[in-house]
Design a protein around this ligand. Structure first.
Ligand code: NAG
Ligand code: NAG
Ligand code: NAG
Ligand code: NAG
Ligand code: NAG
Ligand code: NAG
Ligand code: NAG
Length: 171
């Protein structure tokens, strides 16, 4: 009896070992995918700002919720780097009211200070929001990794509150 048990144990050991490795790997991948806390908080602040400054009629960014601590990379309109975990794609097009005839009547200013946490952004799409200008840009936002900046469908005058390599494509 005892021998059988120990034999089972020794046969099972490689399996247990590989399961442990799998678990370790999973935890590491999961850790890499986990959202940077400063950025998660920043996204929630951005959502709160957008909610109170735009006329969006549908629920705004419903997947951006406080409960999911350590998570934001799975939220809509976000992509994180698989290596650093930083948010690299923030696509906030069409988050103001629906495009109706009154679409361009409203005036609102985006507080760009709320973009300070996102230091590794490569894609920033703020298109089709009728943005009239910027708030809170006493200090320019440093987006040194920016590759694509889409500001079409806004009412901006060309002054940009971002500094960086200035090699990104502006739309
Ligand atoms: C980026 O995020 C969107 C929405 O969450 C998702 O559909 C898409 O597959 C992601 N892209 C990459 C490259 O991960
Ligand atoms: C950026 O995110 C938007 C919205 O999730 C998605 O449609 C787009 O494909 C993404 N771009 C890249 C290059 O991953
Ligand atoms: C929202 O609608 C109100 C009333 O029509 C308008 O005064 C305001 O400027 C609009 N805001 C935006 C962001 O379009
Ligand atoms: C910029 O935004 C507009 C409107 O959302 C879209 O049609 C266009 O494809 C975008 N361009 C790029 C390069 O993302
Ligand atoms: C453009 O708009 C910004 C505010 O968003 C303002 O500070 C600046 O003076 C404007 N520039 C021109 C040329 O109108
Ligand atoms: C813009 O956002 C920053 C960061 O949350 C805040 O400190 C500042 O008071 C805001 N400025 C305006 C004009 O709303
Ligand atoms: C902008 O940020 C990058 C890294 O995030 C840093 O290397 C660079 O010095 C910063 N540039 C300025 C002008 O602050």
């Amino acid at each position: 009896m005892k021998e059988g048990v120990s034999q089972n144990f020794s046969m099972g050991w490689p399996l247990v070992k590989s399961l442990l490795w799998a678990l370790l790997l999973f935890v590491q991948i999961h850790e890499h995918r986990a959202c940077i806390e400063e950025e998660r908080t920043g996204l929630l602040e951005l959502k709160a700002f957008l909610k109170s400054h735009t006329n969006y009629t549908k629920p705004l960014l419903p997947t951006w919720v406080y409960e999911t601590k350590g998570e934001c990379c799975s939220w809509e309109r976000i992509n994180c780097s698989t290596t650093t975990g930083h948010v690299i794609n923030l696509t906030l097009s069409n988050i103001n009211e629906e495009q109706t005839s009154s679409y361009l009547k409203g005036t609102w200013f985006l507080n760009v200070s709320l973009l300070h946490p996102f230091k590794e952004l490569r894609i920033l799409d703020l298109s089709n929001n009728g943005i009239s200008g910027w708030l809170g840009n006493e200090e320019l936002v440093n987006l040194s990794n920016l590759e694509v900046l889409n500001l079409s469908g806004n009412r901006l005058n060309g002054s940009l509150p971002f500094k960086g390599k200035h090699s990104y494509h502006l739309f």
